[in-house]
Design a protein around this ligand. Structure first.
Ligand code: ADP
Length: 225
């Protein structure tokens, strides 16, 4: 079998280490996610989901342990290499869309591709294809303010996948939507993920959504169970 897309071993993290107010968040997390596998990360607020996702996505570093992306050991690598791997291999989705307000839906998906060296025409075509997959191609020329919450989040999914990452990390991606919209938007996300065969870790409080993923893991007292 090929290397897991994401491989965490013995990851620990504490904030304010050695000081008053020290918070130990991760106590030795092991997690492997294969290509095509969608993992639900379920935990109460404050349990450390964001910390775990940020370490997995190379936005933060663990105090100890290993982070491997597509077989490459990232622990101890310099900022330039970590940034390059994050840009090429990792897509992030947050609870809020964080789209750029002065650009259209399509442009928001084009921009990260231009930053990655893709030509304007190819980037535009790819943006439209992604928007079609999630059912909002008809809104391609709208700015975020003219989109509904569900549409904004679908566009954010497309942006996260614009450069064809191997790994998708999502932090409560439908947490800001009403239940009916949340279900539909989650369907759109799963279609994108299954179409591309990427590995995904999706944090959610919603146990119904978690049950639709391939595997559920819970973060309790700093460990995955
Ligand atoms: P979740 O995403 O599950 O809500 P977080 O990973 O955001 O949890 O936070 C886990 C714990 O770490 C919380 O107790 C939070 O208050 C604490 N924490 C998060 N970031 C910091 C920080 N930069 N400094 C100090 N404590 C932090």
């Amino acid at each position: 079998m090929s290397d897991p897309v994401l491989d965490l071993q013995g990851v620990t993290k504490a904030y304010n280490a050695g000081k008053p107010g020290e918070v130990t968040v991760l106590r030795g997390v092991d997690l492997s996610v294969q290509r095509g596998e969608v993992v639900a990360l379920v935990a109460p607020s404050g349990a450390g989901k964001s910390t775990l996702l940020h370490i997995a996505g190379l936005l933060d570093t663990p105090d100890a342990g290993h982070v491997r992306i597509a077989g490459e050991e990232m622990t101890g690598r310099g900022d330039a290499r970590r940034t390059a791997v994050r840009r090429a291999d990792v897509g992030f989705i947050y609870q809020f869309h964080h789209l750029l307000p002065e650009f259209t839906a399509q442009e928001n998906i084009v921009l990260p591709q231009l930053a990655n060296g893709v030509g304007q025409a190819a980037a535009g075509d790819r943006a439209l294809t992604l928007l079609e997959t999630v059912g909002v191609a008809g809104r391609a020329t709208h700015r975020p303010a003219a989109l509904s919450g569900g549409e904004q989040q679908r566009v954010a999914f497309c942006r996260a996948l614009a450069n064809g990452p191997a790994l998708l990390l999502a932090d409560e991606p439908t947490g800001n939507l009403d239940p009916a919209t949340s279900d539909q938007v989650f369907d759109a996300l799963m279609t994108l993920v299954r179409d591309t065969g990427l590995a995904a870790v999706i944090a959610t409080h919603n146990l119904d959504l978690a049950a639709r993923m391939d595997r559920q893991i819970r973060l309790e007292n700093g460990l995955l169970v």
